[in-house]
Write a protein that binds this ligand. Structure first.
Ligand code: AMP
Ligand code: MG
Length: 320
């Protein structure tokens, strides 16, 4: 459904977001598929709607710098870039605050969060009306081209999204530039709407993320969220020295401690709880985390992808 925004429409969109639904909206870069970033189920819904086969971290959109500052540690470089380019097509990767309310799914289990303040009037009005930070990747089916008009969104996801706010064609039409400011040196993770020259005018020279650099976009790494404990997949039995990450109504018995991703076998619930429960079990004094098999369908594909990465050899993760 496509509507031309007026105050009534914003209120209806906010109500959907508060219910955990997704709403597509224009930003100056591309159309975003927005969901309440503080709601695990809503964040899971984004992956479900896009049919994403893996949980990449999501950019979270805020009304202004002050709102973002509640969730991430805004260091001096971030402040300078925000001052220069926000609102605008720039995303900053910053350390999460321990007290952050943002779903761990938006961080894909990382200690960082990507934050952005968009300048498009419709995105701004939606953020202000909803009074929630909005997780919003591009509003296209996974693997397809980013949408720069409401018609693109409708063609790609029309029957899966309850509301598409139509703001005409996007001004920039290119994704936001993503800069990682969580490490010692700033790193451009994705080129986009703000150029390297523009960034360097504020920060000074930025080192290239060279081929032998440890710092890469975490979504690209085989193992980017590695719990401290070894992970054992497809567990059909479990020992007393293991913690069990169960799924479904019949968890196997005998583990030192068991947490169930979804006793009902609901993959949306499992996705929403995945990172929180992995963090929790990782604190147990056990030898390993055993994970029951999950079906390789729908969100199960993304969950299994993430679990395989969590279980992968740890050679790639020394920067974390
Ligand atoms: P999209 O989902 O199309 O908006 O793309 C999001 C981009 O931001 C991807 O390239 C992600 O790898 C990157 N990104 C989001 N969150 C983080 C994070 N916490 N750390 C590093 N990169 C991130
Ligand atoms: Mg995208």
């Amino acid at each position: 459904m496509i509507k031309v925004p007026d105050p009534e429409v914003y209120r209806a969109a906010a109500a959907l977001l508060h219910q955990g639904e997704v709403v597509a909206f224009p930003t100056e870069t591309v159309y975003g598929l927005g969901a309440d970033a503080t709601n695990d189920r809503a964040a899971a819904r984004i992956f479900e709607t896009k049919g994403r086969p893996s949980f990449n971290p999501l950019i979270v959109h805020f009304e202004d710098l002050a709102a973002a500052d509640q969730e991430v540690d805004v260091n001096s470089r971030a402040e300078a870039l925000a001052e220069a380019f926000w609102p605008g097509p720039l995303t900053l990767v910053l350390p999460r605050r321990p007290e952050s309310r943002i779903s761990l799914l938006c961080s894909a289990g990382l200690p960082t969060l990507a934050v952005r303040v968009p300048r498009h009037e419709i995105g701004q009005n939606l953020l202000r009306t909803a009074q929630r930070p909005l997780a919003a990747p591009s509003a296209n089916a996974s693997g397809k081209i980013s949408p720069t008009s409401a018609a693109h969104v409708a063609a790609s996801l029309g029957n899966r999204v309850p509301m598409i706010l139509d703001g005409g064609d996007c001004e920039v039409g290119l994704e936001s530039t993503v800069v990682d400011l969580s490490g010692v040196q700033p790193v451009v993770l994705r080129p986009g709407g703000i150029t390297r020259e523009q960034l360097e005018a504020v920060l000074g020279p930025i080192a290239e993320a060279g081929a032998d650099s440890d710092i890469k976009s975490p979504g690209m790494l085989t193992s980017h969220y590695a719990p401290a404990l070894p992970i054992r997949l497809n567990a059909r039995e479990v020992g007393q020295s293991e913690a069990l990450l169960a799924f479904g109504p019949n968890p196997i018995e005998g583990a030192a401690v068991t947490k169930n991703l979804s006793p009902d076998g609901d993959l949306g619930e499992a996705a929403a709880r995945l990172f929180g429960l992995l963090h929790l079990l990782d604190k147990e004094t056990v030898e390993a985390i055993a994970v029951m098999p999950l079906p390789e369908v729908g969100l199960g594909i993304a969950i299994n992808d993430r679990l395989r990465r969590a279980a992968a050899p740890r050679a790639h993760t020394k920067e974390r």
